[in-house]
Design a protein around this ligand. Structure first.
Ligand SMILES: O=P(O)(O)OC[C@H]1O[C@](O)(CO)[C@@H](O)[C@@H]1O
Length: 395
């Protein structure tokens, strides 16, 4: 990326900044919520106390010697960061490691009765079962009479704005207040949807990769979009990339995909048809689910391993959903907002798109007038409030 200006990596050590609030306030709130959601035993409570102490006042500690993924985390920088404050290392790294340690504290990885029990599952299920999800699914009935391109556009926007439904984000009072303050004026700050559709013409054979973000009310519209694209020939195959373990509270895992598809098949009206199509696409291999370890890595996608690079390189289009995936795609830097999206995704091996609502300071690809208008009307809140969104594409 020779023409791209360098920009500072985001750290969490500036009091008053958004990253600092995530480490100092949101992570303790996540520990509290998880503790209250399950009847964990004394050992787990002690481990959660220790994590709370470490992540707010202590330093990053090594993984236990017998941890199954110790080598992987060493390769991802653990040796370099151990012993340093959680606030002084790259924010992305610190957040990712927090979720890794939280799962360990509740016994998610260790053989035993709590192995594989998702500490965020109650919150994810509550959202999937909510009246809002019912309403969103009922709205599909009216779409049935629309011509396929209009239906596709509606489903694309459903998937995009579904990214507002982020359980971790709601734990931040600042984020929720900012969102309320500027409603009801959500707007797209960049819209490359025409380019996106040009990469998915109805007759095109090829593979669509969708790098999913949150479960529940984001994953459901993601799946609806995938079902539509498969049914209308915009993609012959689709690969849904999910997380190999629970992460950032509501990120989707394979279990969440199963819950979402079952929710669709059991729904009344048109939603059930989408569910049945997804079920058969999964069964016959047109839709596959991938849970690559790198999906939970604390590193940007510029550092992805060869197998993933090959896979994305062979896809017709890879769509990255959500804020965190955006940060990892463009690099977790405080870029000047007018930095071209094409420059910061230069490393990516194929056509790539981002569908994201804005929930962190990272932003690229704005035109100068949009940036000026946002700054003038909202100060810095537009970056983190979750009320604006973007569709960016690098063919
Ligand atoms: O679910 P998303 O859209 O990836 O958002 C994750 C959120 O979590 C954060 O990492 C903060 O924890 C923000 O960057 C982002 O707002």
């Amino acid at each position: 990326m020779p023409s791209t200006p360098s920009a500072p990596v985001l750290l969490g050590n500036e009091p008053g900044s958004f990253p600092h609030s995530v480490l100092a306030e949101r992570h303790p709130a996540v520990i509290r919520q998880v503790r209250e959601a399950f009847p964990y035993g004394p050992e787990q409570h002690r481990a959660l106390d220790a994590l709370l102490d470490s992540c707010t006042k202590g330093v990053i500690e090594e993984l236990p010697a017998d941890a199954h993924d110790r080598d992987r985390w060493q390769a991802w920088g653990l040796g370099q960061y151990a012993g340093r404050s959680w606030f002084d290392v790259p924010w992305l790294w610190s957040e990712s490691y927090f979720y890794r340690r939280l799962l360990e504290a509740v016994g998610y990885f260790a053989p035993g009765p709590w192995q594989g029990i998702d500490p965020f599952r109650p919150f994810k299920l509550a959202e999937l079962d909510s009246p809002e999800t019912d309403e969103e699914l009922a709205a599909l009935d009216a779409l049935e009479s629309e011509p396929p391109p209009r239906r596709a556009a509606a489903l694309l926007h459903g998937s995009l704005w579904g990214n507002r439904a982020d359980l971790g984000f709601r734990l931040s009072a600042a984020g929720a207040q900012a969102a309320r303050a500027t409603q009801p004026a959500p707007g797209l700050v960049a819209d490359d949807s025409e380019t996106l559709w040009s990469l998915l013409p109805p007759s095109r054979a090829g593979t669509l990769c969708l790098v999913a973000d949150n479960a529940g009310r984001e994953l459901v519209p993601d799946l609806l979009l995938v079902a539509h694209l498969l049914a209308h020939g915009s993609a012959e195959r689709a690969v849904l990339h999910v997380k190999p373990y629970p992460y950032y509270v509501s990120d989707a895992t394979t279990a969440d995909v199963v819950d979402a598809v079952r929710r669709l098949t059991a729904a009344p009206g048109a939603a059930a048809g989408y569910g049945r199509r997804l079920w058969s696409a999964l069964t016959d291999g047109r839709l596959t689910v991938r849970a690559h370890p790198f999906s939970c890595s604390p590193l940007p996608y510029a550092a992805m391993p060869g197998d993933l690079r090959e896979e994305f390189g062979a896809a017709t289009l890879t769509v990255f959903k959500g804020d965190l995936n955006y940060r990892r795609l463009v690099g977790d830097h405080l870029w000047p907002p007018t930095t071209p999206f094409a420059d910061v995704t230069d490393h990516f091996p194929g056509p790539v798109a981002a569908l994201r609502t804005l929930k962190s300071d990272v932003i690229t690809g704005l035109d100068a007038s949009t940036e000026a208008a946002l700054d003038a009307t909202e100060g810095g809140h537009w970056r983190v409030g979750g009320v604006h969104a973007l569709i960016q594409v690098r063919p």
